[in-house]
Design a protein around this ligand. Sequence first.
Ligand SMILES: CC(C)(COP(=O)(O)OP(=O)(O)OC[C@H]1O[C@@H](n2cnc3c(N)ncnc32)[C@H](O)[C@@H]1OP(=O)(O)O)[C@@H](O)C(=O)NCCC(=O)NCCS
Length: 340
Amino acid sequence: MSIVLRGLREGDGAPLAVCWKELWDLHESWGGYTTDRDARAFDRVADRLDRDAVARRSEVAYGSHLHLVAEVDGRVVGQVEGWLDRMGVHPRTKTVCEIRSLVVRSDVRNLGVARKLLDRLALEADRAAHESCVAIAEVLEANPAMSFYEKLGFRPVAWTKRLTGTSFHEIELKLGDAPARATVRRSRAGDENAIARLEARLAERRRRGNDARYDPPQPLEAAWLGLLRDVLTTEDPLTPQPFVAATPDGNALATAQFWMQELEPPFFPQARAIASRLECFDNDEAYRTAQLLCRGLLRLARRAGASAIEFVDLPPPAARLSQALESMGIPAWSRIMQRP
Ligand SMILES: CC(C)(COP(=O)(O)OP(=O)(O)OC[C@H]1O[C@@H](n2cnc3c(N)ncnc32)[C@H](O)[C@@H]1OP(=O)(O)O)[C@@H](O)C(=O)NCCC(=O)NCCS
């Protein structure tokens, strides 16, 4: 048996679209996004891959995108993509290679193809980024591949919870009779001190959890506070919007960023809401306030027509912040697995 790994070539579109379909059908069965039921959706995927192949001229790396195809005995049986990104600005913060759409056809599994794909992807990522990258993959809680990643040395560093639109209202009502001591609003100038302290807490939590994607905690200096103030007062609809939940006298106790994203083919076209950088101070009132903030974001998501909201980059399930969301009835959805 010969296993060959190579860049994408014209003609790979059709066999890879079959792999994609296998992957996304499984993904959907584990609670992932709904794929487009239009029979031509995967034909369009095949066309796009073939056009892509022409542009990349069989190179594995094309800008920040890496694409590897696996052949067993001359037949295309699998693939993996990697997206390079830097999530921080600190010189010690490494480039991240986000593993996406890893799949091996079911009749050739357990032959070491995926292991080879990920090892080669790591080499190609390091070469393209000119440094040793951090590999990450988002894995749905229900996906049996979680143990596969563990076997290859990946460990969870962040968790996602997700609520579909059909449950928004139920959860909003659940917290409805809570005393509304907090106001949920867009952050504004004046919040920067509290947000900077919450950001430091978030960075500290990521460091404790060995999440190597982000910058270490920033010292609370005037320049950093000024920069933060500028970010808080920028009205750019394309960047994530920072929100806070604050006491009636204006003290922010919890913060999160919120934005909307359209799902791309082959997924069924729909908008999802994303809430990230959720953090609160460590006291009972702050956790309660974080729940009210989440409810506020649910409302925003509902009004914006989101099919679901994802709370990303959360601490482990036993952490108080995750428990606060759990007790609202927001279920666990995926984990970010990382290999340093
Ligand atoms: C996950 C997947 C890519 C693994 O592909 P594969 O080529 O069979 O994996 P490998 O043969 O390289 O396996 C490497 C090791 O992991 C183990 N392994 C593979 N799949 C496993 C699983 N589901 N659970 C536990 N261990 C697993 C293998 O036994 C092997 O262990 P060994 O080296 O000690 O023998 C494949 O099962 C697949 O395509 N699944 C459906 C799509 C999917 O879940 N993709 C990941 C999306 S995040």
